[in-house]
Design a protein around this ligand. Structure first.
Ligand SMILES: Nc1ncnc2c1ncn2[C@@H]1O[C@H](COP(=O)(O)OP(=O)(O)OP(=O)(O)O)[C@@H](O)[C@H]1O
Ligand SMILES: Cc1cn([C@H]2C[C@H](O)[C@@H](COP(=O)(O)O)O2)c(=O)[nH]c1=O
Length: 199
């Protein structure tokens, strides 16, 4: 079974994924982060931001398209390596992000990746995909309280959020209030999983 937890940075994805693994049982459940950025690559991208503060506005450049292509190919490779074999073994795989937020991030940079959707839709379809909803200011405050210095600003995250909100029905992403206590989120997701298993 494939469970996807998506949402903007700071929405609580990693926290919920870890709690779900505890709830399902560590032996039967894997948490994967197929979009987690390669540190050297991410550092190089951040250097570009430092050199050119308007980088996000130069999104239609070949550089940003190349970054998008890198993330999409890396994602497909990680799905093949870290998700598919474990689904075949009957494990529960909980994916922290899926291609939904990948496309949302590219959209926020101004790169239209809608041409990729048909190919991405060939990858394993989640049995349940939720989008944790948290307002952008709360999300950024959470990231800072966590001790991180976000590389994006509120307007970037708002563009990501708007894309995810607008495309949730088409992507089959179920919105879930991410400000609820983690214990309640785990219970809610577990109930939805049970419903689907019965179907
Ligand atoms: N339901 C919640 N209520 C209150 N605080 C939460 C909740 N879930 C997570 N947090 C806190 O918010 C912060 C961000 O959570 P987390 O790291 O899980 O978000 P994330 O969506 O995985 O972020 P990123 O995409 O940046 O990795 C953490 O400090 C976490 O403890
Ligand atoms: C720097 C940078 C990042 N992204 C995307 C790639 C991923 O979807 C997220 C980062 O995910 P993480 O779990 O927080 O590591 O951001 C991008 O599309 N373009 C970029 O330049």
């Amino acid at each position: 079974m494939l469970i996807v937890v998506d949402g903007i940075d700071g929405s609580g994805k990693s926290t919920l994924c870890a709690a779900l693994r505890q709830s399902v049982g560590e032996h039967a459940c894997r948490v994967v982060r197929p979009l987690h950025a390669d540190h050297r690559f991410a550092a190089a991208v951040r250097d570009l931001f430092a050199l050119e503060p308007d980088f996000a506005r130069l999104a239609s450049t070949e550089t940003q398209r190349a970054v998008a292509g890198h993330y999409i190919h890396q994602f497909a490779e990680r799905v093949a390596r870290d998700i598919k074999p474990y689904l075949s073994e009957g494990q529960v795989v909980v994916s922290d992000r899926y291609w939904y937020s990948l496309l949302a991030n590219q959209h926020a940079f101004g790169v239209d990746c809608s041409g990729w959707i048909a190919a991405l839709d060939e990858l394993p379809r989640p049995d349940l995909a939720i989008r944790l909803t948290v307002d952008v200011d709360t999300a950024i405050r959470r990231v800072r309280d966590r001790g991180d210095d976000p590389w994006y600003d509120a307007s970037f995250l708002r563009r990501v959020d708007n894309y995810l909100t607008a495309n949730s029905p088409d992507f089959g992403l179920v919105p879930v209030d991410g400000t609820q206590p983690v214990t309640e989120l785990v219970q809610l997701v577990s109930e939805r999983i049970a419903t689907r298993v019965r179907l």
